[in-house]
Design a protein around this ligand. Structure first.
Ligand code: ADP
Length: 253
């Protein structure tokens, strides 16, 4: 076959002569890779937890409590995958979704519970200082959950090279007159000075398998809820991500 006879050749040539088209394809490829990367973990977890529930039920005698615990985690993982897909759908076609009063302390406790296995596997000591004054923020619960999951997963990844006895994650919630502030601090690699202005840009990543979408999504979720997010250095090394969300009355108005 002569060069150019192959229809694939022709398609590649037309891509090369249309940089906008090539850019769109590259962007689509990165989005698909991101979806696969972020959805694969909870989906794989669902299968593992389902298998372990079956094992407990097949025990003689069956261990019902252990099976129920596995199934509860399975449901949480399935919800996490669902929340991620809902978030991606919202990115593709932003449509207003219903908001409800979400108590942040409970949401943060749930987030840490969901990620309990990951945190334990990586030997991370978690300290939660959740000042619960009974108030709430008006929010899309799944979106807020996604925001905090992203931040905790980033903190876990940032501490990959931290000595085991220094792997500490702190999640602090404080209540102010008009807003709640959540600070997630780690003892990880920290943020390089030249990276700081880029952190919340889509596709900015320093990780080999990273997609650089997590913080861009966090930023969008925080601002859509009338709040904000920023990063700062922790005194003892590591990074702190601070999310500010307006209290219910203000957010609802
Ligand atoms: P990804 O995790 O795919 O790289 P993110 O948007 O979540 O995408 O993060 C972008 C970049 O921000 C990361 O690649 C990393 O360089 C930096 N970053 C995020 N969280 C932390 C953290 N806790 N400590 C240090 N750097 C971080």
């Amino acid at each position: 076959m002569q060069a150019g006879d192959d229809p694939h050749d022709q398609r590649n040539q037309s891509d090369q002569s249309d940089p906008a088209h090539a850019n769109r394809l590259a962007l689509l490829g990165r989005c698909v890779a991101m979806i696969v990367h972020d959805a694969a973990q909870p989906v794989a977890s669902v299968a593992t937890r389902g298998q372990s529930a079956l094992r407990w039920l097949r025990h003689d005698p069956p261990d019902i409590d252990a099976a129920v615990a596995s199934l509860e985690r399975l449901v949480a993982d399935a919800e996490r995958a669902g929340a991620l897909l809902a978030e991606l759908r919202a990115l593709a076609s932003p449509v207003a979704r219903p908001r409800q009063a979400v108590p942040l302390a409970a949401l943060l406790r749930d987030t840490l519970h969901w990620l309990d296995d990951d945190l334990r596997t990586h030997g991370i000591d978690v300290s939660a200082d959740l000042h619960d004054d009974g108030g709430a923020v008006m929010a899309e619960r799944a979106a807020l959950q996604q925001l905090f999951v992203n931040l905790v997963v980033n903190a876990i990844e940032a501490m990959a090279d931290t000595p085991p006895d220094a792997r500490q994650l702190t999640v602090a919630l404080s209540a102010h007159a008009d807003a709640y502030v959540v600070a997630i601090s780690d003892h990880g690699c920290g943020i390089a000075a030249d990276a700081a202005p880029l952190l919340f840009e889509a596709f900015y990543t320093t990780k080999e398998a990273g997609m650089g979408m997590g913080l861009a999504i966090c930023h969008r979720i925080a601002t859509e809820h009338g709040g904000g997010i920023h990063a700062e250095h922790c005194a003892g090394g590591g990074a702190r991500f601070v999310v500010r969300l307006p209290r219910t009355a203000q957010a609802a108005s």
